[in-house]
Design a protein around this ligand. Structure first.
Ligand SMILES: *Cc1c(COP(=O)(O)O)cnc(C)c1O
Length: 373
């Protein structure tokens, strides 16, 4: 936690709330740029679409990966130029494509013939890139089950794009979010490089490779640093593309904002509910529906603290009347033995995928409050 966040928390803001230090976002942007100086950075807006973050990144020259028309509009309102935006969702309403194209957004993702046809109709002449499904092994929040096509199908679709009035611009993949190893990028780069070569011999010269996001945050376990990812990625690019490097895009979401924010919460109830369970149940004023959606399957395991003192095992649950609103039951968590109702609990490195996941008034609870410092 940064001194700025600590001093803000001393003023005892109402909980639950996310407190985020924008300086850390600026540092993360600089670190990514340093690690991959040859890549254009497209911040994945969905990770945290707060206006101060979009403004800061715009001012620093970031581009944006938007998933919807409202995200595109938010980037434009924050000062981004339309040509700094990629419409990266492979699932888009025709009306959204049309509106984005009219606003000047130049770049569109797809992974099916049906979506490519939509783009041909509603964004004539646009640059398009095909998303490939690659292994998400090593990712704690995988994405490959829902997105991406095969190399063989991508080849067909890229060859088809010109006849639909589109510019076949490049390829993309996503190695899964909270990707804890560099090997997934290296393998994926090798795979798509072969398709670049193959298409080139067919007369189709692709210009761009979008490496997606995935760069991890250090929650409880060590992860490779940004520099390590950068070095591994560039080595793989040079190994597979030689002197013929395409334009490189990265779309970091989590790594841009995750470690910049802390959630302050309050223990609403600390109890031993079942005699046979040696663990205390700690019910917080934030849960699965208040923004901690990534605790589903206990996939993302935040570092959670509640002051000093000897600790003992706990189960962590949210405040709602829903049975799935339990964050951690299998993962061992410990909190101070003297924690009781009213005590403050901090959820660290929670700047990504929290506010944007909070429900609207489930059980009457307001969406998560946000403070940007
Ligand atoms: C979610 C998403 C990202 C961001 O992923 P992180 O793992 O948060 O870096 C990047 N690109 C696309 C297309 C996405 O859907």
């Amino acid at each position: 936690m940064t001194p700025l966040i600590a001093s803000f928390l001393n003023s005892s803001p109402a909980t639950p709330c996310l407190v985020l230090d924008l300086d850390v976002v600026a540092q993360n942007f600089a670190a990514l740029r340093r690690a991959l100086p040859d890549a254009a950075i497209y911040y994945a807006v969905k990770a945290n679409p707060a206006v101060p973050i979009l403004r800061l990144l715009t001012a620093r020259g970031s581009s944006f990966d938007a998933a919807s028309l409202p995200e595109i509009e938010a980037c434009l309102a924050a000062g981004a130029a339309p040509d700094m935006i990629s419409f990266g969702n492979t699932v888009k309403k025709p009306s959204a494509i049309q509106a984005a194209f009219a606003l000047g957004v130049p770049l569109y993702a797809f992974d099916s013939i049906e979506e490519l046809q939509k783009l041909g109709l509603h964004a004539p002449g646009a640059r398009v890139y095909c998303r490939i499904a690659v292994s998400n092994a090593g990712a704690e929040w995988p994405l490959s089950n829902k997105f991406g096509t095969t190399i063989a199908r991508a080849r067909e679709l890229m060859m088809l794009a010109p006849s639909l009035g589109l510019q076949p611009h490049g390829l993309s993949f996503h190695v899964g979010s909270q990707q804890t190893g560099t090997a997934a990028y290296e393998a994926a780069i090798g795979q798509v490089a072969m398709l670049f070569t193959d298409l080139k011999t067919q007369g189709l010269d692709l210009r761009m490779l979008n490496l997606g996001g995935g760069f991890p945050v250090r929650y409880q376990d060590d992860v490779p640093g940004t520099d390590e990812f950068g070095a591994a990625i560039m080595a793989a690019m040079v190994r597979h593309f030689g002197n013929d490097l395409p334009a490189i895009l990265i779309e970091p979401g989590r790594a841009m904002v995750g470690n910049a924010g802390v959630i302050a919460a309050e223990a609403v109830l600390v109890c031993r509910r079942i005699e046979a369970d040696p663990r205390r149940w700690v019910y917080l004023d934030i849960g699965r529906f208040g923004g901690l959606a990534e605790t589903e399957g206990e996939a993302i395991r935040y570092r959670i603290t509640a002051g000093p003192g000897a600790t003992g095992p706990v189960v962590l649950a949210g405040p709602s009347c829903d049975g799935v609103d339990v964050m951690y039951e299998k993962t061992p968590y410990e909190l101070p033995l003297d924690l009781c109702a009213g005590g403050r609990v901090l959820i660290h490195d929670a700047g990504a995928y929290v506010t944007s996941y909070a429900s609207q008034n489930f059980n009457g609870f307001a969406p998560l409050a946000e403070h940007y410092l």
